[in-house]
Design a protein around this ligand. Structure first.
Ligand code: TPP
Ligand code: MG
Length: 627
């Protein structure tokens, strides 16, 4: 919790605890330096700040010399220094000093209708752009509303900085109005969090927050700022230096381990590359493509890895795991070498651990040492940045034809291609996605809700580049899709951004349509409306004897809701109308919602039942029957 000695207490993932030190007391202001700093600031324009990238940590020293500021102004100055030109947040009593300083700051500020929505927006902004997403909330209810969004970002390793207001320092612990123990509540869902109790620590703490969020395994960092700190005066009398003695990030992989991995790849007859979101966060897609081509390796991706490898390439096995392709799952189960890069052997990927990839030697490349051999024993671990390691690995691997292995993979691919009933008279949800993919020529940014809609989007949209698929993988947060589309569209104003959503997922955060309308964002929401919480219904059908307990809810008329909020709304209930409605949706400049009334009891196939090996898939006969 809060440091007892008035100094910030900080925690990092896996409980590494660090104490911050107070900087020496401020010197009197140097008037000429103050004038210079003010003059410098007046020249800064929105968008003119150098953009920080997660692989480019800031140098250790910076800051404006000899400037008297209050805490709120220091925060704004540090945000600008960190390259923030866009942020998300919601106001409240204890953040008023900060909002006052933001009033004329050169930062685009987006106000969501609920802090959770704002947090998802900042998260998707980060995923779409590669920059750090920034969210601001007031104390108590505002901070509490961030929890789901922070947990979502934490599980998916998304770089974010959350700033929260807190009650005055002397009131902390008094059950003051709108007091919540924000650092206590958010500790398990942040990579690092702290409360600032001395204005002299503020600039350094903000700088450290950005550094920690964007280096190593990225993640959300929260800084809690009591209102008295925001109004305290401080003399910034020198460069802002970070003090993170316990924090290390190790981008370079061990050369001997890399050689061992190359040797194993060169020897392997049946290898598989299994890649996750780490490829995307380390901007290593091009290196992945080179490795797959040079060493001739089939590639399968996790949900978060989608987009890291062009799915149109012959080496792509698409997604693996519970709703992955049969050809990916078979290849993993039968491979003799599994090369995992930036992936964490999540249970939705591995199925039954005891029988996962039973014949494979395992190489695991990951920036986070804690994820190595966490779930699966690893033979050749390499800790470091995926991009840097792949660059070295590519140098040492050789091309091998592996004719038999590729022939086998091609046979599975043909036999178990993902299919749906194209002759059906009803609207199949897969058909809607197929048509969206066709009309957008694989180029759109897709966000999703959670459930069947998410799995079908992952299966039927074929992604070609990184940062194109934005979905809540680890936490599986219903309600992510719409705010994520808003964050992605703000990050990528020229991109076509489509939220492929579930009816009930959309219902959780649909209030953010007002945000999209206010900012005139051309996002497109495609609701695959099956009336059900479809994924829950599927499990109830398969494992609970079709007892659909509480998985059906009456929906509002989503097109009417959209119109009432100032967006475009359409309902589609005829299959024949699907292509033309998608065409007009894509041409629309206003936010729009299309409510596709899809087949109500369609299932996602294949499916590995929980606890089974990933080659024990249900639904393969259904896929084959539609060949
Ligand atoms: C916030 C939240 N609450 C509950 C769940 C559990 N859950 C997973 S999928 C699902 C149903 C989703 O329904 P819908 O959005 O209509 O999607 P569909 O499966 O029908 O495509 C539920 C309740 C969740 N993932 N997130
Ligand atoms: Mg549904």
């Amino acid at each position: 919790m809060h440091g007892q000695d008035g100094r910030a207490t900080m925690f990092i993932r896996k409980g590494v605890k660090m104490k911050s030190k107070s900087r020496p007391s401020a010197k009197p202001a140097d008037q000429s330096a103050f004038a210079k700093a003010t003059a410098d600031k007046s020249t800064i324009k929105a968008g003119a700040h150098p953009v920080r990238n997660s692989t480019m940590p800031n140098p250790n020293t910076s800051g404006q010399k000899g400037k008297i500021s209050n805490g709120a102004q220091i925060i704004v100055d540090m945000l600008i220094e960190q390259g923030v030109d866009t942020m998300f947040g919601y106001t409240g009593g204890v953040v008023l000093p900060l909002f006052d300083r933001l009033y004329d700051a050169p930062i685009r500020f987006i106000v969501p209708r609920h802090e959770q929505g704002g947090c998802h927006m900042a998260d998707a902004y980060a995923r779409a752009s590669g920059k750090v997403g920034v969210i601001l909330a007031t104390s108590g209810p505002g901070a509490c509303n961030l929890v789901t969004g922070l947990a979502t970002a934490m599980m998916d390793s998304v770089p974010m900085v959350a700033l929260t207001g807190q009650v005055r320092t002397e009131l902390i612990g008094n059950d003051a109005f709108q007091e919540a123990d924000t650092t206590g509540i958010t500790r398990p869902v942040t990579k690092y969090n702290c409360i600032v109790k001395d204005v002299k620590d503020l600039a350094r703490t903000i700088k450290e927050a950005f550094y920690i969020a964007s280096t190593g395994r990225p993640g959300p960092v929260l800084v809690d700022i009591p209102v008295d700190i925001a109004v305290s005066k401080c003399n910034l009398d020198g460069p802002v230096e970070m003090e993170l003695p316990g924090y290390r990030s190790q981008p370079k992989g061990n050369a001997r381990q890399i050689s061992k991995a190359a040797e194993a790849i060169n020897k392997s007859a049946q290898p598989v590359l299994y890649v996750g979101g780490g490829i995307i966060s380390s901007n290593a897609s091009e290196e992945l493509r080179q490795l797959a081509k040079k060493a001739h390796l089939p590639v399968t991706m996790t949900l978060l890895g989608l987009g890291s490898f062009d799915q149109r390439l012959p080496e792509s096995l698409d997604m693996l795991g519970m709703h992955g392709t049969a050809y990916a799952n078979y290849a993993v189960q039968q491979c003799d070498l599994l090369i995992a890069v930036g992936a964490r052997f999540d249970d939705r990927v591995t199925g039954k651990l005891a029988t996962f990839a039973p014949n494979a030697k395992i190489i695991h490349i990951d920036i986070d040492p804690a994820s190595i051999s966490k779930n699966v024993h690893v033979d050749i671990p390499i800790v470091g940045d995926a991009k840097e390691i792949l660059v070295e690995l590519i140098k040492e691997v050789e091309f091998k034809e592996r004719k038999k292995w590729f022939a086998k993979v091609a046979e599975w691919k043909k036999k178990f291609e993902l299919r749906y009933d194209q002759q059906a008279s009803s609207i199949k949800p897969q058909y809607v996605i197929d048509e969206i993919c066709r009309q957008t020529k694989n180029e759109a940014i897709i966000t999703t809700g959670v459930g069947q809609n998410q799995m079908w989007a992952a299966q039927f949209y074929k992604f070609i580049r990184p940062r194109q698929f934005i979905s809540s993988g680890g936490l599986g947060t219903m309600g992510f899709g719409l705010p994520a589309a808003i964050g992605a569209q703000i990050a990528r104003p020229d991109a076509t951004v489509i939220d492929i959503d579930g009816d009930h997922s959309f219902n959780m955060t649909m209030t953010e349509l007002a945000t999209a309308v206010e900012h005139n964002l051309p996002i497109k929401v495609c609701i695959l409306n099956n009336g059900y919480m479809g994924m829950v219904r599927q499990w109830q059908e398969l494992f609970y004897n079709k007892r659909y307990s509480k998985s059906y809810l009456a929906n509002p008329d989503y097109a009417a809701v959209a119109k009432a909020m100032g967006a475009v709304g359409e309902t589609v209930d005829k299959k024949a109308d699907v292509p033309k409605v998608i065409r007009s949706m894509l041409a629309e400049k206003k936010p729009c919602v299309v409510d596709f009334r899809v087949e109500k009891e369609e299932n996602v196939w294949p499916m590995v039942p929980a606890g089974k090996s990933i080659d024990e898939m249900n639904g393969l006969d259904i896929l084959e029957s539609m060949a």
